[in-house]
Design a binder for this molecule. Structure first.
Ligand SMILES: [Zn+2]
Length: 84
């Protein structure tokens, strides 16, 4: 399953299935009442644009765990058809 990440160096967006959830504190309710997943995600491979292995908080990911855990406030532009 590909997730979409943003390169923090170049601002470019890329898709990769190579990532690991390195911290997972589970679902929390934030101050506004939204359920969110508190997690940290590290790329298993280098970023295609700058070569670094970025680490992301779940907030920085465009579409982390989709509608199950993140009902509203995230953009989810993942398209299965684009994975060719
Ligand atoms: Zn990068």
């Amino acid at each position: 399953m590909n997730f979409i990440f943003t390169c923090s160096e170049t601002g470019k967006i890329f898709e990769t299935p190579d990532f690991t959830i390195t911290e997972n504190r589970g679902v929390v309710i934030d101050a506004d009442g939204w359920r969110r997943l508190e997690a940290r995600v590290t790329l298993d491979g280098p970023c295609p644009y700058c070569g670094q292995r970025h680490t992301y908080l779940d907030d920085e990911m465009i579409c982390p765990f989709e509608a199950v855990l993140a009902p509203v406030e995230r953009r989810c532009d993942v398209s299965e058809e684009e994975n060719s």
